[in-house]
Design a protein around this ligand. Structure first.
Ligand code: WT7
Length: 649
């Protein structure tokens, strides 16, 4: 924990939407009278039919039921497009910066409205109806945002699968959501390289169950290059929109109708599709975007996330566009054409708010202080961080090298499940402590519990829970409400369990200490160790696998794998390579193991349970304090594991 405190600078407090007095007054009302608070905030978006009730929520494990603004009707795409046409039709909605620095495009609200309307009609013509799920497997091109908004416009539910996921992972998600249509692009461009995308869809649809649900693949022509084509199933995006009308009224949706599904990893089982609904999500995404980034009319806002993650949903598309903002969408990578790219883009588009991940900051940091070259960063006003705890060294570097010591840093803690930012130092209100996400956003009531579920007071460490509902919270797991209840509302009764541990200090600041379950965070990507293990045991050579995280300088956590081979298989470098490739092809490159240790035996209790605590310690190269190993069935396996450990400092 860093001891440093960076007070709010008076000029920032004076100019920001919120200063500390305002924060405290608003926060108090938000938790004491949520109906009044959110009843008022709900008006920041447009409703076809206004709501007469605000909050109707229960965290009771026998009846988890979450509804906000439940009798109101609205449309998310209408809120992101139509309602801005009169006042800002000619304002740029999306600045698209291509992989190649000479490739960029500015799309006005009027253009975007037209593109979305056309694609909405195209989807309808392909038989997509209100309530249907459309899977998007797309690169960071404007069509990704267009497709999201087109789904929202006609009341279809989008399910975005990150373009880095494998065909197997994609197939499971198409099947899980029973998706009729997949939208993709033929190829994508990243760091000057052409990456096949449609080919992965083809592979995914070799899976019978996925193919049984998906009958249409719509393909954006991103890179002119030959590719296989399935007549009748595959259709060019460009052909469909060319013949579609540009007039498509926005469907009237209930506040609690689903807007999107997004899959994320947990500690057990297959990834779960979180269900997010329309009204509360839009209100919260819009409000957090405005206050967290102190967004003001005319600002140019850039979030470097991918639309395949929740950050891209809430803070590239829905939040900013609901607010009539100019949002920048970046197709490329920070290292192409060279490491100064982020700086060049900030300079080129005069970016005011910049929101990225600690792993990206650490990668830049490694390149030295002049990594951004002579880029002019003087337009920057607010810097954001998301996805994992930001280590104080990276925070200081970000503050000094990118922010020139004049930009508040908003370290935003939240999750796919929360839909929007939950704990954050608001610029103008909250003094920053490097490494701390600090104080709750309006309406958010964090608490720390011990293992028995007792509420802990004061400066203390504990399990982070949220004691009452907030509008953007996920409502369920798609098709499996029981699993939703089990996962989030059963460990501790009456509260939402985040899965994170945290420490609260004397000033009431929260410091996220990381996951308390078997979920690891690799470069801000969340992964269930069980998922990687089940990919490994699917390989014929693997008898047993155990996966743990270990501290990694760049990625935050790296993936450390222990494998016990089937008899008849010999350990070798070849096999190691093969296992690595195997995991990549089962899940995707983000799950690629960093270190693989062949282990003749796992440390197990007499009842056969693997003691992960021991594996974690060895992976951390911190085996001096293994704790009690006397309950192990065979304590000698530990010596072998230590002797052959892969991570020697
Ligand atoms: C997990 C959620 C939030 C959108 C992107 C990730 C970790 C996220 C922070 C932060 C410390 C953080 C938590 C959380 N996390 N932001 N600012 N400080 N930890 O969403 O994939 O659902 O992952 O990421 O462990 O539970 P996600």
């Amino acid at each position: 924990m860093s001891e440093k405190v960076y007070p709010v600078r008076p000029e920032v407090a004076a100019a920001a939407h919120i200063d500390n007095a305002k924060y405290e007054a608003m926060y108090e009302q938000s938790v004491n009278d949520p109906d009044a608070f959110w009843g008022e905030q709900g008006k920041r978006i447009d409703w076809f039919k206004p709501y007469s009730t605000v909050k109707n929520t229960s965290f009771d494990p026998h009846n988890v039921d979450i509804r906000w603004f439940e009798d109101g009707t609205l449309n998310a795409a209408y809120n992101c497009l139509d309602r801005h046409l009169e006042t800002r039709g000619d304002q740029v909605a999306i600045i698209w910066e291509g992989d190649d620095p000479s490739d960029s495009e500015s799309i006005t609200y009027r253009d975007l409205h037209e593109r979305v309307s056309r694609f909405s009609n195209a989807l309808k013509a392909e038989g997509v109806e209100k309530g249907d799920v459309v899977t998007l497997y797309m690169p960071m091109i404007p069509e990704a945002a267009v497709a999201m908004l087109a789904c929202a416009r006609i009341g279809a539910v989008h399910s975005i699968v990150f373009g880095g996921f494998s065909p197997e992972a994609l197939a499971a998600r198409i099947e899980g959501a029973n998706s009729k249509v997949v939208v993709t692009s033929n190829f994508s461009l990243r760091g000057g390289k052409v990456v096949p995308l449609k080919a992965n869809v083809d592979k995914a649809l070799q899976n019978e169950n996925a193919a049984a649900s998906c009958k249409t693949v719509i393909v954006v022509n991103r890179v002119e290059q030959e590719l296989p084509w399935v007549e009748g199933r595959d259709k060019w995006y460009e052909d469909l929109v060319a013949k579609a009308s540009a007039d498509c009224p926005a469907e009237e949706m209930n506040a609690e109708d689903p807007l999107f599904i997004l899959y994320t990893s947990g500690s057990t089982g297959a990834p779960k599709g979180l269900k997010h609904t329309t009204g509360g999500y839009m209100v919260y995404a819009s409000m957090t975007h405005e206050y967290v980034f102190d967004y003001k009319d005319g600002d140019i806002y850039w979030c470097t996330a991918d639309v395949g993650w929740v950050t891209g949903h809430s803070y590239i598309v829905y939040g900013p566009l609901a607010n009539g903002a100019t949002t920048l969408m970046f197709e490329g990578v920070p290292s192409y054409p060279d490491n100064s790219r982020f700086g060049r883009v900030i300079e080129k588009h005069k970016v005011n708010q910049f929101y990225t991940a600690p792993t990206a900051i650490r990668a830049l940091m490694q390149q030295g202080e002049d990594v951004l070259g002579d880029s002019d960063l003087s337009t920057l006003r607010i810097l954001g961080s998301v996805g994992e705890p930001i280590n104080p060294e990276a925070w200081e570097w970000y503050n000094r090298i990118v922010g020139d010591e004049k930009c508040p840093i908003v370290d935003t803690w939240w999750q796919t499940e929360t839909g929007g930012i939950m704990i954050v130092p608001l610029p103008g209100a909250t003094a920053a402590k490097p490494g701390s996400a600090s104080r709750p956003f309006f309406g958010v009531q964090p608490a720390l519990l011990d293992a028995e579920g007792n509420t802990l007071e004061g400066a203390v460490d504990g399990n982070l829970v949220i004691t009452d509902s907030w509008p953007a919270q996920a409502r369920s797991i798609w098709g499996d409400h029981e699993r939703f209840v089990q996962t989030y509302f059963s460990t501790y009764k009456g509260v939402y369990t985040t899965g994170d541990g945290a420490r609260r200090d004397e000033d009431g600041y929260y410091w996220i200490t990381g996951r308390v379950d078997d979920v690891i965070n690799v470069s801000g990507h969340r992964m269930g160790t069980a998922e990687v293990e089940s990919a490994l045991v699917a390989h014929p050579a693997v008898a047993e696998a155990a996966v743990v995280g270990y501290p990694h300088d760049l990625k935050g956590q790296g993936i450390y794998v222990y494998v016990t081979l089937q008899s008849g298989y010999e350990q070798s470098d070849e096999l190691m390579k093969e296992l690595r490739l195997h995991v990549r092809s089962e899940i995707g490159p983000i799950a690629s193991p960093d270190l693989i240790q062949f282990a003749p035996g796992m440390p197990k209790t007499r009842s056969g349970k693997i003691m992960r605590r021991i594996l974690r310690k060895i992976a951390e190269d911190d085996f001096g304090a293994l704790g009690d190993t006397s309950t192990l069935a065979d304590p000698t396996v530990v010596d072998d594991l230590i002797e052959h450990r892969m991570n020697r400092k």
